[in-house]
Ligand binder design. Sequence first.
Ligand code: ATP
Ligand code: MG
Ligand code: FE
Length: 335
Amino acid sequence: MPVLGIETSCDETAAAIYDGERGLLAHALYSQVALHAEYGGVVPELASRDHVARINPLIREVLARANLRPDQLTGVAYTAGPGLVGALMVGGAVAAGMAAAHNLPLIPVHHMEGHLLAPMLEADRPQFPFMALLVSGGHTLLVAVRGIGDYEILGESLDDAVGEAFDKTAKMMGLPYPGGPHLAKLAQLGTPGRYKFPRPMTDRPGLDFSFSGLKTAVLTALPKGATDQDKADIAHGFQEAVTETLAIKCARAIEQTGFPALVVAGGVGANLRLRERLGEFARKNNISLHFPRHEFCTDNAAMIAYVGWARRSQGQHTHTLLARPRWPITELETV
Ligand code: ATP
Ligand code: MG
Ligand code: FE
């Protein structure tokens, strides 16, 4: 049952094909990062236009690599939200057009459910129930996952998302856009312990996060005429504060639920220090830990094709186009 997945929610255009028996058959992605770099952030109108230009060749590419004709698919899944409305509409319209032309069911997919279930694309898949730490450019969530679509949010950021905090802090330090990976790289050259930043909201009970204060702490610490070493030391201190805060809250969430597994997904899941820090925690506490491979931490269509296949195989689909810029993950149907 091969299902095509289409992702166009933000600044990555992507297509992939997932099959229940054979797994991921093909995936392809075009990143618009260079297009938006000179503006220091995603320009929605430019993103939509570029999706229009990129998506069809990517779909042709994955069909060719999977050696399939469109009429051999059993469904077309697309990211229906959350995301930029114009960008979502492009992927949705292309998916709806293909579905109509080849008489295929259409499967709207929640982008964050895609991130959440991306570890299912790996050989070492997590078993339900598990705790999920979703850390991306727009979201910071601790989710109790009891099955597909059965999501309970236990904690979330009250202000900036983790990825956003990385990007904003990197921008303040003069690093190129998008700053998260650059800041992480710089942190590797930093002197441990020279800067110690707060671990926000860890001194009180609860599982919510707040990252906007860290930005201010970095700004205050950043000396005028900071040298490269100063910047690396600050980046190190920032990354330690963020990863330790996330690790403390994950430990609390696992303790609270007794769940035996932790899944980490979303772009910040690519952060090596976070992987290392949570690895230590998991080993000590005998928790199984799952990450998607690096390229499936950030936006991709493989995760959308997977969710599309999982929902399609349970009979869920529609024939109408849906675009929901805001869409709480807790409103999904279970399968
Ligand atoms: P959302 O999924 O919430 O809509 P998004 O799709 O923009 O947001 P992702 O593509 O999942 O987010 O992740 C991108 C984010 O991950 C960016 O903020 C980026 O800086 C951050 N990021 C990527 N790699 C790293 C890294 N190694 N360390 C820290 N942050 C990283
Ligand atoms: Mg992106
Ligand atoms: Fe994303």
